[in-house]
Design a protein around this ligand. Structure first.
Ligand code: SF4
Length: 231
């Protein structure tokens, strides 16, 4: 169990994030956040709920998400009183097939992610000043190279408040605030995205390696394409 000093430290870190988001709002910044509604998303969503429950929480409903994720997003939104807004892809699925008639995730997952995850977020970026994004350095080498603040596309700024947090801190913060777990974790899924691209957890110590397993791909593009200078 977390000792009292550690729990105080964790609360102090959370308080600092809450204060900083208040600061952006007080400065007149148009703020939004995104969430994949996984268990690890809960601490940041809890902090957002402490700041202002009107802050938009966008998630990209690609059409390929697990039904349990959609239900979890609804439950978490209700429980924390969040302003959850689903985004839908502009390009219909019938136009997302390759020459063989297969969905693009089978042959060109980067383009599939662009159409279903990145493109729907572009108008949101144009309409806001600050994107609160919950990436953590311990999730991948791409994320480890990120800064706490970074320019995103369309003049938006990314703020990464969870960059220095790790999975243990996420676990204890959830315990301290009695925050729920994605229902598929009990079935061995530790990093959950679209159904075709999510494997059960694989035992190499990195939960994200269960995504796009067997492909030369580790990010959907939200954290690569949508940084300033991305394609
Ligand atoms: S995660 Fe897979 S199914 Fe989802 S948008 Fe990316 S390639 Fe397509």
């Amino acid at each position: 169990m977390l000792d009292i000093l550690d729990s105080k430290d964790l609360e102090a870190r959370a308080d600092a994030i809450v204060e900083r988001i208040h600061g952006y709002l007080d400065a007149g910044q148009r703020v939004f956040t995104t969430s994949s509604f996984q268990t690890q998303s809960l601490p940041l969503l809890h902090m957002i709920s402490r700041v202002d429950r009107n802050i938009p929480v966008y998630y990209t409903n690609t059409g390929f998400l697990f039904p349990k994720t959609l239900r979890f997003a609804e439950e978490v939104g209700d429980r924390l009183g969040l302003n959850v807004i689903p985004l839908r892809p502009e390009v219909p699925k019938i136009k997302q097939l390759d020459r063989s008639g297969r969905f693009l995730y089978a042959s060109d997952p980067d383009h599939c992610c662009y159409l279903n995850k990145v493109q729907p977020l572009e108008p949101v970026l144009r309409d806001h000043d600050l994107w609160i994004n919950g990436v953590r350095a311990d999730q991948s080498s791409t994320r480890a190279a990120m800064q706490e603040e970074e320019p995103a596309q369309f003049g938006c700024l990314r703020y990464h408040p969870m960059l220095g947090w790790n999975s243990r801190m996420v676990f204890y913060y959830r315990q301290m605030h009695d925050l729920p777990e994605h229902p598929m974790e009990a079935d061995g899924y530790l990093s959950i995205g679209c159904e075709p691209c999510t494997m059960r957890a694989i035992g190499d110590g990195n939960a994200r390696n269960a995504r796009w397993f067997g492909m030369n791909k580790t990010e959907c593009g939200l954290n690569t394409t949508l940084v300033s200078g991305g394609n």
